[in-house]
Design a binder for this molecule. Structure first.
Ligand SMILES: Cc1cc2nc3c(=O)[nH]c(=O)nc-3n(C[C@H](O)[C@H](O)[C@H](O)COP(=O)(O)OP(=O)(O)OC[C@H]3O[C@@H](n4cnc5c(N)ncnc54)[C@H](O)[C@@H]3O)c2cc1C
Length: 416
């Protein structure tokens, strides 16, 4: 983009989630003055710090990957130190035995070597998984518009042990949708940018600070130094008022919040939940790794918040996508998670307390044919950003960042 030195009219951005802040930083970087309006008391939206019973927690445990190029670039731009994330090579280790670690080799050798050397699956299946990845590469990581992840895995005979320990968990984590309903196209976009890309793209990046401090708050500080402003506790109720007072408006609210502002642009979405169950153990308790997989019950992943954020003795259990756990009382769910952890790690003592954060509309269901509206609206001065607007990626932090940058570029072209 050319620099816009002398814009004297502000752009309003509604929503200080990752999309809204990505949009704000991109516009401010071009000299455009922006004001971000956020209804909540902290920035971050669906990836934010919450205070519960006096403790600062995340609204849900998040994980980033090396392929999140747009978000990682923006984080560097606003000065987030690299140690805000713990970077580790893709490593999936289950308490039940399966273990896969990508080797430090150029792509795709790192993953393929890791697959061949994986523990806990028969050699024939591991070889089949290597063939599957090579076939996907040859096909350019493309799938039919109606294909689900399950139909893709079946067609390539990947629905055995490797499917159980590798492909299914990757699908549920990345798309927050069960494989039988998840869009193969979005799944393959993630595989293309991770397993099929340069070494480092499939690295796991685990936050070492809370999710508001990871990007939205440093972005707000950077904005303040670059002619921008973030207003918290500032719900926008009437888009027309903003339109009268600004050169353009970018609406970067969650998909379920769009109808209140722009009913004509709001598709009728279906949502999927993500539950994070925080179990507090005595302070000395640690996991053998910062992240461990579980495959025998409800809990899919458990994170060691003590090792990552210094929250000693706190483990975060994650359950993505729909399931029977949605019918359980929180106390029952906490007790079930504690029991599953005790089965997987028999040396664990009993937890001292449990807290459940249920994000019932964590993301839109990432199914084939999902409506993805893109950045334009029928109004020439109003643009959309948000994880659900990205043309191909599943609804993630990276999709949010990409969408914010895309909306900023379009908005800049219109107002210059
Ligand atoms: C529990 C959980 C776990 C997740 N795990 C991962 C993960 O591991 N990795 C990953 O990449 N992604 C993960 N995601 C998805 C990721 O968090 C989202 O894709 C991303 O945060 C969406 O950002 P967004 O800016 O598009 O929308 P949002 O974060 O929803 O931001 C919208 C903002 O707009 C504000 N707003 C709404 N209406 C108004 C109004 N009228 N006026 C002013 N402000 C308004 C809201 O308060 C909010 O702050 C997870 C999501 C959840 C909920």
């Amino acid at each position: 983009m050319d620099r816009l030195e002398d814009v004297d009219r502000r752009v309003a951005i509604v929503g200080a989630g990752y999309a809204g802040m990505a949009c704000a930083v991109t516009l401010a970087d071009q000299g455009v003055p922006v004001t971000v309006y956020e209804s909540g008391p902290v920035p971050g939206g669906r990836a934010r710090r919450v205070v519960s019973q006096g403790d600062a927690l995340d609204n849900g445990q998040h994980i980033l990957i090396g392929a999140y190029g747009e978000l990682l670039g923006l984080m560097r731009r606003v000065g987030v130190p690299s140690d805000a994330l713990l970077r580790m090579p893709l490593e999936l280790r289950y308490a039940g035995g399966f273990a896969l670690r990508a080797l430090r080799l150029p792509a795709p050798l790192g993953l393929l070597g890791g697959l061949l050397a994986a523990r806990g699956a028969p050699f024939g299946e591991r070889l089949g998984a290597v063939r599957f990845v090579l076939a996907l590469r040859r096909a350019g990581f493309r799938a039919g518009a109606h294909d689900t992840v399950q139909s893709l895995l079946r067609a390539h005979r990947q629905d055995g042990g490797i499917g159980h320990f590798l492909w299914r968990p990757l699908c549920v984590s990345a798309l927050n949708t069960p494989p039988e309903r998840a869009a193969a196209g979005a799944f393959l976009a993630v595989l293309r940018d991770t397993l099929g890309a340069a070494a480092g793209a499939s690295d796991l990046l685990l936050p070492r600070v809370d999710l508001s401090r990871l990007f939205p708050e440093p972005a707000a500080d950077w904005l303040a130094a670059h002619g921008g402003e973030l207003r918290l506790n500032a719900r926008v109720r009437d888009l027309e008022v903003l339109r009268r007072e600004h050169a353009a408006v970018v609406v970067a609210v969650g998909p379920h919040q769009l109808a209140a502002l722009l009913p004509e642009s709001a598709p009728d979405y279906e949502y999927q939940p993500i539950y994070t169950i925080y179990l507090q153990y005595p302070e000395h308790v640690r996991l053998p790794l910062p992240l461990l997989g579980l495959d025998a019950g409800l809990v899919q992943w458990v994170f060691d918040r003590g090792a990552l954020l210094g929250e000693r003795g706190r483990l975060a259990c994650v359950i993505s996508a729909q399931g029977d756990h949605q019918q359980m009382e929180h106390a029952e769910l906490g007790a079930t998670c504690a029991r599953e952890l005790a089965q997987a790690l028999p040396q664990l003592p009993a937890p001292l307390s449990a807290r459940v954060i249920a994000e019932k509309r964590a993301t839109v269901a990432c199914t084939p044919g999902l409506a993805r509206p893109g950045p334009e609206t029928p109004l020439p001065d109003v643009f959309l950003a948000g994880d659900y607007t990205d043309p191909e990626y599943p609804p993630t932090l990276e999709a949010a960042a990409r969408s914010g940058v895309r909306a900023a570029r379009l908005c800049y072209c219109r107002i210059r």
